[in-house]
Design a protein around this ligand. Structure first.
Ligand code: ZN
Length: 466
């Protein structure tokens, strides 16, 4: 009889979340995330799971972000035949996000083939659009709060993690016939601030905790969410200057938050009468999925929903799907707001809008999210006079503004608050995952101060007997 866990990703780093739980020879995979941001190294790790997909009995998925779900199509393609458990909103988001991921990979692959030197070997995409349907066929809906059996000996209950739509902490009870162990897998923890989503729900006592540590060494700055006053000013100047307002935003999450704020302004009669275009196919789909699951929004929003059943739709908003319409917007001279992906301005249609808008001082670019150092977004926010887009130099004459929105990740005090209900004397072991070494070290110290014993930072591929 035995219970074991092996950390196959998000080990001393923030991507590739993948933890293999083995109970009496049955194998349950917690998350199946993609490694990102390390170029060739990520690619090699994404091609070799470190276990045989055919011998996995079930997947329990925490949420739809690609670093947690991104290799599911490949797992199925390589012979996984079991169920994939997820909340209904996570399933719906996976359907659109993983198809988008497949399209991006196919596009990159086609470009690599065009640019390859003679005889050069170009690797296939990790998966293609045709691999999405077989994967979706394996999904089984498990709503929050309902206990479910993953395999004999492993039961679990999802609780709302408040991180993205449908996100869950996984509360497992694992029984090898000799004793039962309660395991909490926090996955990604959300915020205790006013957002579209509720605060993370309380979780039951655990014997073993596997916790994320993304911001384990930091607190988020105190801020009022999406300072409406600043947004009103930006809108006002934009209309006065008869310019365009370009808002680069991530399709899933941030775009809906921006739409919600604009909708609120519209309801208050404070939105200028200019058209608003949501120009990203994924954002259009993600907004539909969010609307379908508006019962998951924070309690205060439920009150608003009674008066306004669609918090993302208001007079003047148009959701743009096709490329031709998107191109028309490039040429458009009249004032308008264009919300387009990606948030860091590195990919997606927003680059075309920037090429057409940056050179004109009448226009404004409003950054609403984190832009990693070295990205186009970071250059523009930092005040560069000249940037390169599609290899061409583009002068920056447009006004550049920033509006802070809340991060989707708990900071160190919020992580501690999430674990507040846990009696450290009952917890045998804490595994830190999903964090850079410095962040882990910060949370490690805090946990020990709170009385948690045996805090570990498992390296990639290490197995532990529980
Ligand atoms: Zn996440």
């Amino acid at each position: 009889m035995s219970i074991r866990i092996t950390f196959h990703g998000a080990a001393r780093m923030v991507t590739g979340s993948k933890h293999l739980l083995e109970v009496n020879g049955r194998r349950v995979l917690l998350d199946c995330g993609m490694f990102q941001g390390e170029g060739r190294e990520s690619d090699a790790k994404n091609r070799h799971f470190g276990f045989d997909p055919r011998r996995i009995d079930a997947v329990v998925l925490s949420h739809a972000h690609i670093d947690h779900s991104g290799l599911l199509p490949r797992l199925v393609k390589e012979g996984f035949q079991g169920p994939i458990f997820a909340t209904p909103a996570t399933r719906d988001l996976c359907a659109i996000m993983l198809e988008d991921s497949a399209r991006i990979q196919e596009g990159d692959h086609a470009r690599d083939l065009r640019h390859a030197r003679e005889g050069e070997h170009v690797l296939d995409p990790l998966y293609a659009v045709e691999d999405i349907a077989p994967m979706l066929g394996r999904f089984i809906d498990v709503p929050y709060g309902r206990e479910h059996e993953a395999v004999p000996g492993v039961r679990f209950t999802y609780t709302d993690a408040g991180h993205i739509l449908g996100s869950a902490a996984v509360n497992l009870v694992v029984d090898d016939g000799e004793r039962a162990r309660r395991i909490l897998f926090t996955a990604d923890v959300g915020r205790y601030v006013d957002r579209l989503l509720p605060e993370p729900a309380a979780v039951p006592q655990a014997d073993i905790i596997i916790t994320e540590s993304t911001y384990g060494d930091r607190d988020h700055p105190k801020q009022a969410e999406a300072d409406e006053e600043l947004l009103r000013q930006v809108l006002h100047t934009c209309v006065e200057k008869k310019g365009k307002l370009i808002i680069p935003a991530f399709s899933v999450g941030r775009t809906q938050e921006v739409l919600y704020v604009l909708n609120r302004l519209s309801n208050a009669g404070a939105l200028p009468r200019i058209p608003v275009f949501v120009d990203s196919p994924l954002a259009v789909d993600a907004t539909r999925v969010s609307r379908d699951h508006s019962d998951l929004f924070a309690p205060e929003l439920q009150v608003e929903l009674e008066k306004d059943p669609d918090l993302f739709d208001f007079p003047g908003v148009e959701f743009v799907q096709n490329v031709e319409r998107s191109k028309q917007l490039n040429e458009r001279q009249q004032p308008c707001i264009i919300i387009s992906a990606s948030g860091m301005m590195e990919a997606g249609r927003v680059r075309h809008h920037l090429v057409h808008s940056l050179g004109n001082p009448r226009n404004t670019v409003l950054a609403v999210g984190f832009c990693a150092p070295g990205t186009l977004g970071d250059e523009i926010i930092s005040g560069a006079d000249m940037v390169h887009i599609f290899g061409e130099p583009v002068r920056v004459r447009a006004e550049v503004a920033r509006l802070e929105f809340y991060s989707a990740h708990a900071d160190r005090h919020e992580l501690m608050r999430f674990l507040e209900g846990q009696d450290p004397r009952q917890v045998d072991r804490v595994f830190l995952v999903h964090g850079a070494p410095r962040a882990m070290a910060g949370l490690h110290t805090l946990l020990e101060q709170r009385g948690f014993r045996h805090v570990e930072e498992p390296p990639q591929g290490r197995t532990y007997d529980l």
